[in-house]
Design a protein around this ligand. Structure first.
Ligand code: NAD
Length: 260
C-alpha cells in the first residue's frame, strides 16, 4: 500500500491533552513530520511516569515545548495560543483533551456532569475560539481539529454525560467550520472508536460490569481495538494541504465500529 506523508516543517501545532494517550502520539507524529509541537496538558508526563511528551518528541529528533494548560480556563487557552507566537503563531490547533466518568443518568451528580462538559465541550469551544481569533488577527489562516468520538453518534451504557459532550463537539466542529470558512480556516474532527489508552483502562473496567469483556471488541469489524498510532495519521491528513477542500467533517477512525 502507498504512503501519505504530509510534512509540517516551519509549522506550529498545538495539541491539548498531549501528555498521554492519543494526544501524545499525535504530538510525536507531528514532531516527526517537522512541526514545532506544543504539548498542552495539566501535567507534562503520562501518569505511568514515562518521559514527558515534549522530551520524547525531542529525543526523536523533533522540536517541542510544554505549556501547562487547563483547557477549562479560557485565559489559559489564550495564553497557550499566545505562546505559539514565539514560533510564528499557531497553524494547527488540536483540541484533544478529554475526560470520561461513567455512571447512570439516574445517579450522575451535577458536579461530575459540569466537569466533563467543562473539559470536553468548553475546552473545545474556547480552544477553537482562541486559535481562530489569533489566526485572523495575524492574517494567517490555519486548521482546527477536534477529538470527537464514536460517542458523538452512538449511545453507550452509563455514558450519557460523556456521549452528550462528544455530540456537542460534532456540532462545534460543523458550526465553526461554517463560520470560519470565510477566513479560510478549516475545522474538522476525528472520531476514535475504542482505543487502548489510560482513559479506556478505567472505562473498560467499569463497562465489564455491564457487558461481557469480549463484547467490547466483538462489534469492531476490523476485529481489534485501536491504538493511538492508528489515530494520529488522521490528524496529519486533516491538517495537510491534501485536505484543503475538507471542512466540517468528522472522520471516523474506529475499525468500522460505527456501521453497527
Ligand atoms: P488519556 O486520558 O490518555 O489522555 C487525555 C489527556 O487529557 C490526559 O493527558 C489528561 O491529563 C488531559 N486532560 C484532562 N483534563 C484536562 C484539562 N482540563 N486540561 C488539559 N488537559 C487535560 O485519554 P485518551 O484516550 O488519549 O483521550 C484523548 C481524547 O480522545 C479525549 O478527548 C477522549 O474523549 C477521546 N477519545 C478517546 C477514546 C478512547 O477509546 N481512548 C475514544 C473516543 C474518543
Amino acid at each position: 500500500m502507498g504512503q501519505l506523508n504530509p510534512q509540517f516543517d516551519g509549522e506550529t501545532v498545538i495539541v491539548t491533552g498531549a501528555a498521554s494517550g492519543i494526544g501524545r502520539e499525535i504530538a510525536r507524529q507531528f514532531g516527526a513530520a517537522g512541526a514545532m509541537t506544543i504539548v498542552a496538558d495539566l501535567r507534562p508526563d503520562p501518569k505511568d511516569g514515562d518521559v514527558p511528551t515534549h522530551e520524547l518528541v525531542r529525543e526523536e529528533g523533533g522540536d517541542a515545548e510544554f505549556v501547562q494548560t487547563d483547557v477549562t480556563d479560557v485565559d489559559q487557552l489564550e495564553t497557550l495560543v499566545e505562546a505559539a507566537r514565539e514560533f510564528g503563531g499557531v497553524d494547527v490547533m488540536i483540541n484533544n483533551a478529554g475526560i470520561i466518568v461513567s455512571g447512570s443518568i439516574r445517579e450522575v451528580d451535577p458536579e461530575t456532569f459540569d466537569k466533563i462538559h467543562a473539559v470536553n465541550v468548553r475546552g473545545t469551544f474556547f480552544g477553537t475560539q482562541a486559535a481562530a481569533n489569533d489566526m485572523i488577527d495575524r492574517d494567517d489562516p490555519g486548521v482546527v481539529i477536534n477529538t470527537a468520538s464514536i460517542s458523538s453518534d452512538l449511545a453507550q451504557y452509563d455514558q450519557v454525560q460523556y456521549d452528550s459532550s462528544k455530540g456537542a463537539i460534532r456540532m462545534i466542529t460543523r458550526g465553526s467550520a461554517l463560520e470560519l470558512a470565510e477566513h479560510d480556516i478549516r475545522v474538522n474532527a476525528v472520531a476514535p472508536g475504542q482505543i487502548a489508552t489510560e482513559m479506556t483502562d478505567g472505562w473498560a473496567d467499569e463497562a465489564r460490569e455491564k457487558i461481557a469483556d469480549d463484547e467490547l471488541v466483538k462489534p469492531v469489524p476490523l476485529g481489534r481495538a485501536g491504538t493511538p498510532a492508528d489515530l494520529a495519521p488522521a490528524y496529519l491528513y486533516l491538517a495537510s494541504e491534501q485536505a484543503g477542500y475538507v471542512t466540517g467533517e468528522m472522520l471516523q477512525v474506529d475499525g468500522g465500529w460505527q456501521v453497527f
